[in-house]
Design a protein around this ligand. Structure first.
Ligand code: ZN
Length: 394
């Protein structure tokens, strides 16, 4: 494995020049879409997009990508044609195996890759000091945790009992948390993170729930990510509680908008701008850190807002679609997110009401991904050796 990569960095530039421009140009296309899923005959679980409409925050814009929704899907083009490579007298050019597509995928969900350079992807996938194949991230969103004896009358709250059960299960299954920054490092470079990772995201402004998390964070050396509504209407006492909690270093404060407006096409451009830019200013002033993640209020997004989020400096965004866990260069998306052609800005999140099941599902997908990696390693290495290293190098 080490020899597979040892010269790689040295040759990246050379390779870029040697391999035909045609191929590189085709590699740089927008995110490649995996083959169509085989639609399973069992029903979707609780968090379909329809459920999102009814539950989180009233509605998900049914037609989000006003500009790009009808854009044709990019064609798969990561396999360069042998004619542009000088090694024509070798065996048939190696091909990458078909993309990992576990049976466990939910109907209508497709894994999407997002790294345009296949050689760099393979280096990061197999390189030393990186996350092992099968490393998985489970993003989970939390809202209220209801105290014992109180009735749950909405579909986003969980009981104290379930909250504790989730924490115990996560620990028993060997999960650890990561921060937004660690997630970005993992997504972009396969930065080493725990093999079973989760990012716990508490939405809105819930100091009481944040306090419930604290003992677990301390005990397990975990962090809690906040999808924080930044508007200045927040009471002083709440700011005080939150900045005190943040001083422990266990909070990863990210944006959940300024006034928590759902992105809709009828919003004024200035409103969208305020929703995305203002939280950065406020969070920097209050917490002394810069948010790099935007949690879309209500799970709503559109192409314009996504472009603006990129301009504002956000590197990742989270929806309220429960699509599945995330792997390196592999994000499970539904059609509304795929239409955005910006996978990192529309990352899925599981619902806290199904959080335990989400972890179990993630473990299964992680195991399947490991088996896939074992089976495909040789082909991937052959591909790398053929296309990503100049002649004669080992
Ligand atoms: Zn919210």
């Amino acid at each position: 494995m080490v020899s597979f990569l040892k010269d790689s960095l040295k040759y990246i530039v050379i390779v870029a020049g040697l391999l035909a421009g045609i191929w590189l140009a085709s590699c740089a296309a927008a995110p490649r879409i995996m083959p169509e899923p085989v639609v399973a005959d069992h029903p979707v679980e609780t968090s379909t997009p329809e459920t999102v409409v009814a539950i989180d925050e009233p509605e998900v814009n049914p037609n989000p990508g006003s500009g790009s929704g009808n854009a044709p899907l990019p064609t798969a083009s990561n396999t360069p044609t042998a004619t542009v490579v000088s090694k024509a007298n070798h065996e048939p050019a190696p091909e990458l195996p078909a993309q990992f597509f576990p049976d466990l995928m939910k109907p209508g969900v497709t894994p999407v890759d997002y790294l345009p350079n296949t050689c760099l992807y393979l280096e990061n996938r197999w390189g030393p000091g990186k996350s092992a194949p099968g490393t998985i991230v489970v993003p989970i969103m939390f809202h209220s945790v209801v105290q014992p004896g109180r009735v749950i009358n909405d579909t986003t709250s969980i009981s104290m009992e379930y909250f504790e059960y989730f924490m115990d299960t996560a620990k028993d299954l060997g999960f650890s948390t990561i921060t937004s920054q660690e997630l970005v490092g993992f997504l972009e470079h396969n930065q080493a993170i725990p093999e079973r990772s989760m990012i716990l995201i508490l939405d809105d402004r819930r100091p009481g729930v944040a306090e419930l998390f604290m003992p677990y964070l301390e005990e397990n050396d975990w962090t809690l990510t906040l999808g924080w509504i930044a508007a200045d209407s927040t009471r002083d006492a709440v700011w005080e509680t939150m900045t005190t909690l943040a001083a422990t270093g266990r909070l990863d404060v990210q944006s959940h908008g300024f006034n928590h407006l759902y992105i809709q096409d009828y919003l004024e451009p200035e409103q969208v701008e305020e929703e995305l830019f203002k939280p950065i200013e406020v969070i920097e002033a209050r917490f002394g850190t810069s948010p790099i993640a935007h949690v879309w209020p209500g799970g709503n997004f559109n192409a314009g807002a996504i472009a603006l989020a990129g301009e504002a400096g956000y590197q990742i965004g989270f929806t309220a679609y429960s699509r599945g866990p995330i792997l390196f260069n592999w994000i499970p998306l539904g059609e509304p997110e795929m239409a955005m052609e910006a996978p990192l800005m529309v990352l899925p999140r599981f619902w806290s009401t199904a959080a335990v099941r989400a972890l179990e599902e993630a473990v299964n997908i992680s195991e399947a991904a490991k088996a896939y990696a074992r089976d495909s390693e040789q082909e991937e290495q052959a591909y790398y050796a053929y296309y990503c290293r100049p002649d004669g190098s080992e």
